[in-house]
Design a binder for this molecule. Structure first.
Ligand code: NAD
Ligand code: ZN
Length: 717
């Protein structure tokens, strides 16, 4: 399913094969350059792999058309001129990629190996080593007499770049090997209880330099801060591989040192031959164990596996752990364990026959944007969502990807018709990573967030300092129905016992309840027809609804679910205004007079009651019989202690701690748990402890019970 083919073959199939080959090679060369040389890929790996495999398949059918400069005949990229070049004594090869990204891919590899070794069914299973395929870059480390003398990138496989200075900054790479090295006087000893084979005079270790995910996140965070502070020439990195490659090929070792890298060893390059004291290994696994004993990090996930069955099990096990590992992997690698069999199997152009890379289903793919919709969440949040041509990514078919919010959509500049990279990793919802700008056709419109809710047409507002727009039609908006009903029915609001999530789902999904007043119009028959609803429970629900009609103004107000109006604010509003109508009609200024109400709350109340639908719902609820005692605005209780903070400590002679607290709060004061410079008074009784010491230390006035009463009394009379 590739809906965004970069250059689909012409429908009449008249495109000559040679032309197609040239086009494929050009495209692959271009992207290999972006990836290997500039460390700035613009295609998902899966798309690159797909084109590569298409080229391989075409060349297999037309061997006469294979050219020596074809990407299939070469490894990697090429060396950057800025670095000294290193000629690899033993070429650094690529690994064949198994095209089947299901577990069955392991079986076809095993079948191929058995065929090539002419094994029959009666022969025992082949022994393999299975390893994670680390997503970093290959490195060859050369040690002479146990001392690191050179580190080189793979380059084009024959010639790499000398990046020794940068690699020396990686803490995990030993600068000097820990086994005693004959003839050099190196005296560091192996860890206790382990015996290391002697380190050969000449040793090339091959492995992967990578960046851990936490290091990557921290690096990008630092980069973002630098950019925000106006630093020139700084950028964030697309992924850890990209960041690692950039760090390794950084010309300034001081900068490279600030980009934390890690390393896993997975093989050998040139080594002293046995007759010159070089090691003799029977298996790849032995070799890895020895590298470990010499001080190289070898992944704990590396395992021996017998035959296809254990390879499949390994593939599945590692796939499950993929998202929780501390570093990125894009698949696993299977290698024939016996080095004698490896030699027997040998190489093709750029790949050994004894190994295969078995990738996991791609987490990034290309597709096209069909439309940009705006979805309204249960709580009224508006989210721009890209509608995509269906694409198989992260193991499922994806047709929607979130653009998070207006700023993100603008930053990525996603437009209808664009070719985009979609990412779906683990259970995270799919997202658009970036747009392939050179694939944009014409000048599609820039996305703007609607100012009204696409579901209910109420005003959509974005509060200061927030990223999201929200629908303000809380009670009326179809998208928010379930949430609104649950909020209204909860114990702290009007309390309708027995009206829980499952029931609300049924009522709304069956179109029985559209908005809050519908609750009070429910009949026994409608209810009893619902799933798992016996007559008895229907009857109970009706009684609970009846009971909920007698409520209080604060509960009702809180139950309306106005943004930023919690229980405490609802109480203050009720106390201040006394009546619902007064609250609904109050101006922002009048609302601001209420103790608990600041500008954001005042605005939110105003926007809510300015939506005619919201007022209507409140009216209808009253018409259905929901009622509460109303009165004139409560008399303003004097609040002489407002703005003052008290800390209570020790035992007071007559007042219990709770009573003292209630008295202070009734007079508008606050009671805090610990003493600070902001504390107005500490009230101390007998056995007062460290809080009293702290008060004396900070110079906070200290009162006894009499002092507190005096403060309250004086102010009240
Ligand atoms: N997105 C793009 O535009 C773009 C362009 C070029 C290449 N690529 C990607 O780069 C890769 C190309 O292949 P390649 O030749 O660089 O690498 P490869 O996929 O052929 O595999 C070889 C490499 O795997 C690495 N590796 C990781 N774990 C290993 C292990 N346990 N044992 C041995 N080797 C291990 C080594 O670095 C080795 O060089 C593909 O994944 C391709 O998608 C992407
Ligand atoms: Zn709405």
């Amino acid at each position: 399913m590739h809906t965004a083919d970069l250059f689909a073959p012409s429908p009449d199939d008249a495109q000559p094969i040679a032309q197609r080959l040239t086009k494929l090679r050009q495209t692959l060369h271009h992207h290999a350059y972006l990836y290997y040389v500039l460390d700035a890929p613009s295609l998902p790996d899966a798309e690159y792999d797909r084109l590569f495999q298409e080229l391989q398949a075409l060349e297999a059918r037309h061997p006469e058309l294979v050219t020596t400069d074809s990407p299939t005949q070469r490894v990697g990229g090429r060396a950057l001129d800025q670095f000294a070049q290193v000629r690899h004594a033993l070429p650094m090869l690529s690994i064949r990629t198994e095209t089947d990204t299901t577990p069955a891919g392991a079986e076809s590899f095993d079948a191929r190996i058995r065929r090539e070794l002419s094994l029959t069914e009666s022969d025992p299973p082949v022994q393999y080593v299975a390893e994670p395929k680390f997503d970093g870059l290959a490195m060859s480390l050369r040690y002479e007499h146990g001392v690191l003398v050179q580190a080189a990138t793979r380059g084009d496989g024959e010639t790499g770049e000398d990046v020794t200075q940068n690699i020396r900054t990686i803490g995990q790479i030993p600068l000097r090997l820990i086994a005693p090295t004959p003839g050099t006087g190196v005296s560091s000893l192996p860890p206790e209880g382990e015996t290391c084979p002697p380190v050969p005079a000449m040793l090339e270790v091959r492995g992967e330099v990578y960046m851990r995910r936490d290091d990557f996140d921290a690096l990008n965070e630092r980069q973002r801060q630098k950019i925000a502070a106006g630093a020139k020439g700084e950028k964030t990195f697309v992924n850890p591989r990209n960041a690692a490659a950039g760090a390794v090929r950084q010309l300034d070792p001081a900068i490279a040192a600030q980009r934390p890298l890690s390393f896993f060893a997975y093989g050998l390059g040139e080594v002293s031959p046995p007759d010159a004291g070089g090691p003799v290994f029977a298996t790849h696994f032995d070799l890895l164990q020895t590298l470990k004993s010499w001080g190289f990090p070898v992944s704990a996930l590396v395992q021996q596996a017998q035959g296809a069955t254990e390879l499949v099990a390994y593939y599945n096990a590692i796939a499950r752990q993929r998202d929780s590992l501390g570093f990125d992997i894009d698949g696993v690698v299977y290698k024939v364990n016996s080095l004698a069999l490896q030699r027997q199997l040998g190489f093709v152009t750029r790949e050994p026959r004894w190994a295969v890379a078995h990738k996991f289903p791609a987490q990034e793919m290309l597709t096209t944007v069909l439309a940009i919709d705006v979805q309204v969440g249960r709580t009224g949040k508006l989210t721009p969502v890209a509608k995509l041509a269906p694409v198989f990514v992260g193991g499922v078919t994806v047709t929607n990807a979130t653009l998070h919010n207006e700023d993100e959509a603008r930053r990525k500049d996603v437009r209808v018709g664009d070719t985009v990279i979609v990412r779906r990793a683990g259970d995270v919802i799919p997202e658009v990573v970036s747009v392939l700008l050179d694939k944009r056709v014409g000048e599609p419109e820039v996305f703007t967030m609607p100012r009204t809710c696409p579901v209910c047409d109420s005003a959509a507002v974005r509060e200061e300092g927030e990223a999201d727009y929200r629908c303000t039609g809380g009670l009326f908006c179809r998208a928010q129905r379930k949430e609104a009903i649950l909020h209204f029915a909860q114990r702290r609001a009007v309390e309708v016992q027995g009206l829980g999530e499952k029931l609300v789902d049924q009522l709304v999904d069956a179109s029985i309840t559209h908005t809050l007043p519908d609750l009070y119009r429910l009949g026994l028959t409608a209810l009893a027809n619902l799933d798992r609803m016996a007559d008895k429970s229907a009857q109970n629900l009706l009684e609970a609804l009846e009971k909920s009609k007698q409520t209080t103004l604060p509960r009702f107000l809180f139950g309306l679910g106005i943004r930023h109006v919690g229980e405490a604010t609802a109480k203050e509003l009720a106390r201040h205004f006394g009546q619902l109508d007064a609250i609904m009609d109050a101006t922002e200024e009048q609302l601001l007079e209420v103790a608990d109400v600041g500008p954001i709350v005042a605005k939110s109340l105003r926007t809510f009651f300015d939506q005619p639908h919201n007022r209507e719902v409140a009216e209808q609820l009253r018409a259905c019989g929901v009622s509460w005692p109303e009165g004139p605005p409560a008399e303003r209780v004097p609040t002489p202690l407002s703005g003052k903070t008290f800390v209570l400590t020790g035992t007071l002679p007559t007042l219990a701690r709770e009573d003292a607290k209630a008295l202070i709060e009734a007079a508008g004061g606050k009671v805090a748990g610990s003493v600070s410079k902001k504390t107005s008074y500490v009230v101390a009784g007998t056995e007062a402890g460290s809080k009293l010491d702290k008060a004396l230390e900070l110079g906070v006035p200290v009162l006894d019970e009499a002092g507190l009463r005096a403060l309250l009394d004086v102010e009240f009379h």
